[in-house]
Design a protein around this ligand. Structure first.
Ligand SMILES: C[S@@+](CC[C@H](N)C(=O)[O-])C[C@H]1O[C@@H](n2cnc3c(N)ncnc32)[C@H](O)[C@@H]1O
Length: 479
């Protein structure tokens, strides 16, 4: 740029001495300062820059510290979870002249996460987004996070272009990824050793609380059609809960309880099988879990801790770890016992059948567990008896949910509404999007067919998969 615009006045800031030295070498004549950008507000001329290019640090509140996060929140009017990207984006509109451009390279998480509300809000209310590139798992940059690029102007709102690239497990001719990302049509291209599905369209966004999505006329039509065939969404039908969170896993969770000395070996009635993402697979019941959790609660609908004096060996074992467990001061602050787990969920619900799915997995892995196991915090679960609708059993409803969620239709729908994928095609099954999964009217013939196919698949008849896929498509009128 310095070469193309020899008269351009370049100002650069970085905290890091090496980065500053490298920039000075590359951009002789530019004003490169080793300084804190967030504190440099006063020393930079407001409303004067034609272009602000930033690849801000991505440092989360936990690392930032609560006090620093609170200060930034107050100064920049930010809410919820703050990361360092937010103040960088918040400062850009003040620095730009009218018509000036912000080019932002940051983590793509802001597009879809709740914590992204600050960036989505700033980019919508103080700037006008022109282009968004979700570079997904292309690894075009060396970064620990998946990157996105946003180009926004300080000017009037208009339609914003949206392009995304995610790796897919298929073959395709070698192509130009940049041309595909800036082109007109969805394409699949091989780039190096990997193949990417490139989607192009426009940015669909509502209030800042809503995620940003890519849309195009084809998708809009399809989603409108699916909506017209939707009886209820999963979120309307069911409550999706996360598994337990102990906040002291090495104390509460283990697969070698039997190796403890007898006097410290917790009573068997307090050790419960614990399903983790290792055990959960699509269709088939989960594998018998290897791990067990020391679960110090009575089998009641509400959280009621056991009387430790009635379980002397568990008491002795927990006593060994008392200092560590008491270090969790938030438990005490919440008026709870030192030997509790942080999120135990509803103790008596574990005995009931439940739909379980892992938090992170490349493919949908929804299944029904009838073993009574506890579910770990790396999975989500839905209690089957809570699925209620006239004229249908809760077991049939569970099969309908599992059938749609595990189908190719379900995975595609999820990708299109959620759009957030991790490396190597792994998806994060975020409950707010899983809750949007459409379900067809369970009393229709096509839905009955889905329910029956799921019955066979869960009994191990994998040959029923084509029937299931056909039935799900038919239930949504996709023939
Ligand atoms: C994601 S890296 C950018 C890397 C750069 N694009 C490159 O390719 O080398 C973020 C940069 O922001 C700098 N940084 C972090 N906090 C800063 C602050 N408050 N003010 C200025 N620079 C900061 C870091 O030193 C780091 O160089």
């Amino acid at each position: 740029m310095a070469k193309a615009h020899p008269d351009a006045v370049l100002t650069g800031l970085d905290l890091d001495g090496q980065a500053v030295a490298a920039a000075r070498e590359r951009l002789p004549g530019a004003d490169i300062r080793q300084a804190d950008f967030i504190e440099a507000d006063e020393s930079l001329p407001h409303a004067s820059f034609d272009l602000v290019i930033t690849n801000p640090p991505y440092v989360r509140t936990q690392v930032l510290g609560a006090a620093a996060a609170a200060r930034l929140a107050a100064r920049f009017g930010l809410k919820g979870r703050i990361d360092l990207t937010h103040p960088f984006v918040a400062m850009a509109p003040d620095l730009l002249r009218p018509g000036g451009v912000l080019a932002l390279l940051c983590s793509n998480r802001f597009l879809t996460t709740r914590a992204g509300v600050n960036v989505r809000g700033l980019l919508s209310e103080r700037l006008a987004v022109r282009e968004v590139f979700d570079l997904g798992d292309t690894r075009l940059f060396e970064a620990a996070v998946l990157p996105a690029i946003v180009v926004a102007v300080k000017g009037a709102q208009g339609v914003a272009r949206f392009a995304s690239a995610y790796e897919v497990p298929q073959e395709a001719p070698e192509g130009d990824l940049y041309a595909a990302l800036t082109g007109q049509d969805d394409t699949v291209v091989r780039f190096g050793a990997r193949t990417f599905a490139v989607s192009v369209g426009t940015l669909a966004r509502g209030a800042p609380e809503q995620p940003w999505r890519l849309t195009n006329p084809d998708r809009d039509r399809r989603h409108a059609h699916v909506r017209s065939r939707t009886w209820r969404t999963l979120g309307e039908l069911a409550r999706i809960r996360v598994g337990i969170k102990t906040t002291a896993d090495p104390v509460f969770i283990g697969d070698r309880w039997d190796t403890l000395p007898p006097e410290h070996s917790p009573e068997p009635e307090l050790l419960r099988p614990l399903l983790t993402h290792h055990d959960v697979r699509a269709w088939l019941p989960p594998r018998p879990p290897r791990t067990q959790v020391l679960y110090p609660y009575l089998d009641l609908p509400t959280r009621t801790v056991v009387d430790l004096s009635a379980h002397p060996r568990a008491a002795a074992y927990l006593g060994l770890h008392r200092a560590r467990l008491e270090g969790r001061r938030y438990l005490r602050a919440a008026g709870r016992e030192w030997f509790e787990i942080w999120v135990p969920q509803r103790p008596s619900m574990w005995r009931e059948p439940k739909i379980v799915f892992p938090d992170i997995s490349p493919e949908p892995r929804f299944t029904v567990d009838r073993s009574g196991a506890v579910v770990n915090g790396d999975c989500y679960w839905i209690s089957v008896p809570e699925l209620v609708a006239p004229g249908v059993t809760c077991d049939d409803l569970a099969n309908l949910v599992v059938g749609v969620a595990n189908s190719a239709f379900g995975a595609r729908f999820y990708d299109e509404v959620c759009g957030n994928r991790l490396y190597a095609g792994r998806r994060r099954w975020i409950t707010q999007y899983v809750g949007l999964l459409p379900l067809p009217d369970p009393t229709t013939a096509a839905a009955r067919e889905v329910i029956e196919a799921v019955g066979s698949l869960t009994a191990g008849d994998h040959g029923q998969l084509p029937r299931l896929e056909r039935a799900v498509r038919a239930a949504f009128g996709e023939l």
